[in-house]
Ligand binder design. Sequence first.
Ligand code: PMP
Ligand code: GLN
Length: 381
Amino acid sequence: MSTIFSDLPVTIFEVMSQLARDHDAINLGQGFPEAAGPEDIRRKAADAVLHGYNQYPSMMGLPELRAAISAHYAHWHGVAFDPMTEVMVTSGATEALAGAILGLIGEGDEVVVFQPFYDAYVPLIRRAGGIPRFVRLEPPHWRLTEEALRAAFTPKTKFVIFNNPLNPAAVVYPREDLELLARFCQEFDAAAICDEVWEHVVFDGRAHIPLIAIPGMRERTVKIGSAGKIFALTGWKVGFVCAAPDLLRVLAKAHQFLAFTTAPNLQVAVAYGLSKPDAFFDEMRRDLQRSRDRLTDGLKSIGFPVLESQGTYFLNIDLAPLKLNEVDEDFCKRIVVEHKVASIPVSPFYEDNPVRSVVRLCFAKSDATIDTALERLSRVL
Ligand code: PMP
Ligand code: GLN
């Protein structure tokens, strides 16, 4: 038996986390925070379990959560979504992505994909019969260019999949790049599936701008978010999709046969969390920015070239100037065994002509964990 899925390798996140377990290493690979997560939100979920939120909730999501998502985006991004016709709750952003790709992309549709890409996109696009057309983004700035978009868009382009802030590059796209992409989507009459799970994790006073807010994109964009990232509760797998009613109706058809619904107690807790005051989100960003700076400064002081991290839980180091004679995957596999620090090589986020010198590290960890990892990494060079 051979299918697109049977022939895939195990995802790099699981490969590196398993190596971290095998070698009792500090795991700065897969992106999950070390902290337990906000206690009041966790308590809400526990209380909801004890007080009866245990049966199937409605397929589209609890009305209180859909209302909270709509209010949250109106407040943070100035985009109004009708909670009844334009908002759906999913079991993680992963389910939302799968629903959008399987639900919307048809046989022979061309899909513009930016690489480095989150690893779920391409197998799902191929399973849906779509044909990925890659746009290569390069360190250190990872910006979109007119020439690269012109080479990728064709009259057959039906969709673009766009991740902003971009994992693993840790770049937050400015309005200029979004307007460029929006211009191409409109010229080629393409829709956009926008993975914005990192929307709240942006640093140095940056603001996340959703593609759906760019003129001309409101009716042709599917906006995907994740409570896992917003609240540092990555195991919860509560995602959400916002889109114009005609698009959302199709996604709902896919959702009914993928997960159908999502744990109701977690939905109650996420609705509570989304309604928190701005200070909560600002503090989360401040804490993560402090951890980013601690890891950045420590890595620089021991001689690693660090690329700027504008958002996400990640920063990247560029091995090229170190002339180690070792590609990213070999470097990551060596340091987890020899130095007991797990990281993620960036080349698996490319399908063709990968960038092989960049390694991703997660800084959503305690100061003590970051310091121990730095101490171990100081022996690498
Ligand atoms: N997209 C991107 C870019 C991600 O980084 C992640 C998870 N880290 C996801 C989607 C999946 O989100 P979830 O855990 O909500 O399924
Ligand atoms: N999104 C997380 C990361 O980029 C983990 C994803 C996963 O484990 N599938 O590390």
